[in-house]
Design a protein around this ligand. Structure first.
Ligand code: AMP
Ligand code: ZN
Ligand code: ZN
Length: 412
């Protein structure tokens, strides 16, 4: 006969308590889905073509705009959103980086370089979450493909630009139906459509309006699917964008190489931000002097003179000379100039306080206030917000501050 000793009863008791606490823990944690519509400008919501998003925001928190970090480009800002750091600190200072010390390049179109952990100096929210026992998954997000399992989401999809949008949503919803032990509690989702159509056709085109309406219908589809889940009352959704969009003024295009052709240098990037790596100290002085004399439609800075306002200039991989285009202006190199300035209609990358560089911020779910309209929110504050939602401690070396954003949370 099986006899319970005191010791055995105690062990059984502790095991039951442990199982009960784990169960409570799994059930009391919220779910958070963050959806990014690339290049969705803050005011696209006012065009009367976004019925779904407007309904979702009326039932949650809607910020006037989401301020990006400089440069207002895709990779730097998606990574600011999920690390709480300015690009100067998380290391993805541009979509295109040159490491002057070892000659390596980071390019968003280069599938291998975006997986290399050495470029990323920030801690993504999914890493903070996993250390705290929270499961995470990503249906695309810049930086999610980092090839270090400790630093990436539990589930990752390698970026596939043309993968059907609806299928992305269906997969995310299927993740939310997994058994509780496997179900992710934090999920990212990304769609490029509004960025692509904004670049190609401009911010006032029929094509961008179609793209806005399309992503709005995706938001509606996702929201409806979630409302049908048994866990619907614990799901919080954030709709954000990385930056806005601005039509380029074709009269403000500057071929920088024409101004400095007699010197030796390497150029990185074109558009609102251009970085110059001079070949020598002498070239640096001459190039800078020449550019200062011709400062029309842009400003030239030595790296260590960049105004604090940009939060850009301390990272070791930023070039010795940085050019920042005026609003609507565009900096090009000889190669683009030879194509007869065949540029896109609109772009982004300009200073973070130009309102048209701002994106959207909508939050809906049990953790958020209802029917709340706020002023502009900063994208570096989203990482500490996510930590607060899950009641976990953020990294202490971030730029974001929970105190700037806590007021959107429902304290009940
Ligand atoms: P940009 O407008 O140059 O700042 O970048 C926008 C582009 O980033 C989009 O058209 C996407 O193709 C690309 N992109 C977004 N996420 C990823 C990713 N995870 N991996 C590679 N490319 C991406
Ligand atoms: Zn973008
Ligand atoms: Zn873009």
């Amino acid at each position: 006969m099986f006899i319970f000793t005191d010791m055995k009863i105690k062990k059984l008791y502790f095991a039951l308590v442990f199982i009960f606490i784990s169960f409570l823990n799994l059930h009391s944690k919220p779910y958070v889905i963050i959806v990014s519509f690339d290049g969705f400008r803050w005011d696209y919501l006012n065009r009367n073509i976004t019925p779904n998003l407007n309904e979702i925001l009326n039932d949650g928190v809607h910020a006037l705009s989401l301020r990006p970090s400089f440069p207002s480009k895709t990779f730097p800002n998606h990574i600011s959103i999920l690390t709480g750091m300015y690009p100067d600190n998380h290391g993805i200072i541009s979509n295109n980086i040159k490491n002057i010390f070892n000659g390596k390049r980071y390019r968003i179109g280069n599938n291998k370089s975006v997986t290399e952990p050495e470029w990323y100096q920030g801690e993504f929210f999914w890493e903070t979450a996993e250390r705290n026992g929270i499961k995470t998954a990503s249906y695309f997000w810049p930086g999610s493909e980092i090839s270090d399992t400790l630093r990436s989401p539990n589930k990752v999809k390698p970026y596939e630009h043309n993968f059907p949008f609806i299928n992305r949503i269906d997969t995310v919803v299927s993740w939310l139906k997994l058994p509780i032990q496997e179900r992710p509690q934090f999920i990212t989702l990304y769609f490029h459509e509004t960025d692509s159509k904004g670049h190609d056709f401009g911010t006032e085109s029929d094509e961008i309006n179609e793209a806005i309406a399309l992503v709005d219908s995706l938001a509606g589809y996702l929201f409806k699917q979630i409302q049908e889940l048994p866990i619907k009352d614990s799901v919080n959704i954030l709709f954000v964008s990385d930056h806005g969009m601005q039509n380029i003024d074709k009269n403000k295009i500057v071929n920088v190489e024409e101004l400095i052709s007699q010197y030796k240098y390497d150029l990185v990037d074109s558009g609102p931000l251009m970085q110059i790596f001079p070949n020598s100290e002498n070239d640096k002085e001459n190039i800078y002097a020449e550019l200062k004399r011709n400062e029309k439609h842009f400003k030239a800075y030595l790296k260590n003179e960049l105004p604090d306002y940009y939060h850009f200039g301390k990272h070791p991989l930023i070039a010795p000379i940085v050019l920042i285009a005026d609003y609507e202006a565009y900096l090009v190199n000889n190669r683009i100039s030879k194509r007869n300035y065949d540029l896109s209609a609109a772009t982004h990358g300009y200073a973070k306080d130009h309102i048209n560089m701002h994106g959207i911020f909508i939050a809906n779910g049990p953790a958020f206030n209802k029917g709340m309209k706020t002023g502009t929110i900063w994208n570096i504050d989203i990482y500490p917000l996510l930590c607060e939602l899950f009641k976990i401690t953020p990294r202490s070396n971030i730029d974001g501050k929970i105190d700037r954003i806590r007021f959107i949370l429902n304290n009940e």
